[in-house]
Ligand binder design. Structure first.
Ligand code: 2BA
Length: 148
């Protein structure tokens, strides 16, 4: 079986380089914003996927979105953190890839997004493809070709 090191960029699929779902920090649709902000601050990520109770991908949410939502005229309205829920403010128009998509599909999408969610045909969440994973493969490919 060939390892990822032996593969040409054109032979790599999203599944080869994605972060699988169990390693991805996420929040759920019905979580209060307070919980989402806690997950974001504790994990250190700017944005994470949002899943429903059956682990289907439904959106993404980020720190800036939450801070904008609670920003009043003169102060942060902290009480909104417990009143509002993730589904009310999340981004629902998220681009997605499938595990079978090619490296180049991932490259094109991560030009505009720091990460792209990966889901199956029924919408179940499989993981994320990050810009870091894409750049790592391009870097490896560059040095391998240079050595030839
Ligand atoms: P950001 O959180 O804005 O992170 C930007 C870059 O900073 C990451 O790029 C990574 O290189 C670095 N970074 C941030 N937090 C890190 C941490 N806790 N440990 C190690 N490195 C960290 P990428 O790795 O290309 O990730 C792109 C975006 O994908 C991240 O943007 C974040 O929104 C999301 N992400 C990455 N890994 C994740 C995970 N395990 N769970 C949930 N979201 C993740």
């Amino acid at each position: 079986m060939s390892t990822i090191q032996d593969k040409q960029l054109t032979d790599i699929t999203v599944e080869d380089i994605m972060i699988s779902s169990e390693k991805v920090a996420h929040v759920q649709l019905n979580n209060p914003l307070e919980h989402a902000l806690l997950v974001l601050v504790k994990s250190g990520y700017s944005a994470v996927p949002v899943l429903d109770t059956s682990y289907k991908l439904v959106g993404t949410i980020g720190k800036t979105m939450i801070l904008n939502e609670i920003l009043g005229i003169e102060r942060f309205e902290i009480e909104k953190l417990s009143e509002k829920r993730v589904y009310e403010i999340m981004d629902k128009e998220v681009p997605r890839l499938s595990k079978e998509d090619q490296f180049m599909d991932g490259l094109k999408m991560t030009i505009n997004y720091p990460f792209v969610c990966v889901a199956d045909e029924k919408g179940y969440f499989d993981g994320i493809l990050t810009r870091r994973a894409i750049l790592k493969q391009i870097n490896r490919d560059y040095y391998q070709n240079k050595a030839k």
